[in-house]
Ligand binder design. Sequence first.
Ligand code: PAZ
Ligand code: MN
Length: 924
Amino acid sequence: MAGAGDKEEGECLNSGVGGGDINDDGEEGSRVDALREGGCGGGFQGVTGRDRDMAPITGNSIHRSSSRPQLDLSKAAIQGNFEEKNPTILLPNQSDDISHLALDIGGSLIKLVFFSRHEDDPVDDTRKKTVKQRLGLSNICRRSYPILGGRLHFVKFETHKINECLDFIDSKQLHRGIDSHRWGSGTSDSTSRGRVVIKATGGGAYKFADLFKERLGVSIEKEDEMDCLVAGANFLLKAIRHEAFTHFEGQKEFVQIDTNELFPYLLVNIGSGVSMIKVDGEGKFQRVSGTNVGGGTYWGLGRLLTKCTSFDELLELSQRGDNRTIDMLVGDIYGGMDYSKIGLSASTIASSFGKAISENKELEDYRPEDISLSLLRMISYNIGQISYLNALRFGLKRIFFGGFFIRGHAYTMDTISFAVHFWSQGEMQAMFLRHEGFLGALGAFMSYEKHGLDDLMVHQFVERFPMGAPYTGGKIHGPPLADLNEKISWMEKFVQKGTEITAPVPMAKPGTTGLGGFEVPSSKGGTLRSDASALNVGVLHLVPSLEVFPLLADAKTYEPNTIDLSDQGELDYWFTVLLEHLPDLVDKAVASEGGTDDAKRRGDAFARAFSAHLARLMEEPTAYGKLGLANLLELREECLREFQFVDAYRGIKQRENEASLAVLPDLLSEIDSMSEEARLLTLIEGVLAANIFDWGSRACVDLYHKGTIIEIYRMSRNKMQRPWRVDDFDIFKQRMLGTGGEKPRPHKRALLFVDNSGADVILGMLPLARELLRRGTEVVLVGNSLPALNDVTAMELPDIVAEAAKHCNILRRAAEAGGLLVDAMNNTLDASKEELSFVPLMVVENGCGSPCIDLRQVSSELAAAAKDADLIVLEGMGRALHTNLNTRFKCDALKLAMVKNQRLAEKLFKGKIYDCVCKYEPAA
Ligand SMILES: CC(C)(COP(=O)(O)O)[C@@H](O)C(=O)NCCC(=O)O
Ligand SMILES: [Mn+2]
């Protein structure tokens, strides 16, 4: 792996180049030693005191590896104990944002891909340290990954406004993060040293090279367009889960591509002209054909014939067109009849624009809308047909279409798909790519030598859809805005300027003619933006530490979402629920930030951003990839974070924690007075009853007005009545307590996925954890990495456990053994065997900030903890019902939740609100 052990020259410097935290990585020890001694040539001069104030070391001073981003090592200092094997090194001058960029400069659009890296928060988290030791994670650290985390941004500009693009690069200083020796030009000879080189492809890479030099002082290094297209397509198809989709008869469906079965395929890139490339592997391809009738033809002819001033306008016109007025149809020739013998319906186009020859009409007599549609159909069919023929020629079954001609336009895709389907008689599939226009730019980006991106896997990418990106009527999709104020003012402007994306356009199911294709576009309406791809592409977060949860019985077929939102009824319902929640959530969020004017402004911007997302998704539910309820709930949290609401339920969580901790001792002594059997039932009842504290449920929030936390908790417990709606308790009890006097062996390690703060975790899950500990099972509490609603986070859990441990020896000893009690920390790290004989209670973060959990992408901590686990307890609606209800695990799994939504109860269990679910499934 191109990581810490990279074999390139400048080896000793590599340790610095790869990242600031050299701690925890055994491999880096020698480099740290070198650093201490001021070794390794010039690279570490800043550390040893020589040239303390030296500017960032440039490529000139040392031959750098091109494999990783540069770090500014000036004033670097070892933090803490010098004797420690792998001390943390502080790099005070390291900017938190290192950027890299590549371009595809086409005839009409400039596509820009850039990478920004943010340093991790250097919080000295004692929990993490001990957990790493406990779980044997000490050798796992970011440094063993090929690259550090960061974000990949996709932006486009119109080529004739190239100055806007240059301004953008300049304002973000994107070209500063690059030098030819790091994100290598590949030509590391002396002539290129010190030169700032940007990789670019497309004709504009030649045409505008001087302008780039003049304006930004950078050299453009041209990359072959075909190489880039293929590299970009291969990357997307391997790295992004919901990238490729079919679009047939108005229905978009994502296709899961097995990377082992990706090749060969035909890549059809529709730009101004069209290239058809047979792709056989990584870097293995051949341009087998093409056609000069492409996007440029549509736009050029369209401009002449309709006087449209932009491509998007032309496409938009087609939405309202009827090509029958201008195209000669089979029916026109056959007196309104189908020519069914050869499979042609009366409405099949016999000759594009053919009617114009027999009618005594001038250009002005035709509606521009009809001309545009006729032209669009002509070109799309033609491309579809030639693609089919080429796929046939080489025996290829899959054809991927890319390029900005498509523009996420439903009708264009349907037309191409129809042609491929029709000619191949259903044998071949036309597929489209969500990042259709960025293939070249991505490929140019990939051509920087060994940035490690190509080593990453699908679970290490998280796509997010920030709203802080200027959107101006489908023309320019500008940069994501980092500055909060800018973001908010953009949101304000957005609302003033236009309501394009807040005015959803229903997608009517298209009428097909059965034999010969569609008569009119499937999605009509003047307000529909033709460039539907505007908000289809998010920011790609690269999180190298994410892993697939190892206990999934079948990771390949895993589907986190239980409810299918492709059902319109479900979608409408959940959209309404989320919109109804919004005012209350904004109030809570604003209050959590002190209710200041600034907080109110941010709250307003958040509400607008989230509503705009919902509107966009109403318009096209699959715009951001396959849509599930979990995505919607996470999107809400992401929007809050985007407008800097760190923890909207902070106050509520605190209040409920305090109230619950106060009654915990009484609950524990009540539990302790019971028989083993009664105790187990009471504990499970307790978890279910306490799951009622859910601020994401409208019904529950209404309930909270009716009593204190403790009153509601008591009421909920009193109402517990078996059998529950799903009741596997007896099977679980049998596994735990055995039958006929035979004691089963306790589980070795249990992972408890906790849910809400307050009573839920303190009076529900902690007592259950305590019981498991008492029985000799190690317990790992799995908490959220980031706040979501009133969920408890992994960061908050140690304090809660510490408070609870004051009243309970079992919890105290286990927490000590697990390194959760700060006072006991030092003892624990070098504790005697006797002290460690207690089974530990640990805390790990789950890697997400959502009320639900997608187990394809969890923290490395959780994945490591899972290796020895033989019991999983998933708690709450989000984690056990909305997601994972049907998930099978390699170990025993208990799913516990109270259903706090009437519709969900009906839908899933034919039950009613406040029903409980206790689903137990032994190892698959
Ligand atoms: C967001 C939630 C999944 C959180 O539930 P939890 O996981 O805390 O049990 C849940 O509150 C929910 O599905 N709410 C839906 C909205 C409503 O019923 O009002
Ligand atoms: Mn919750």
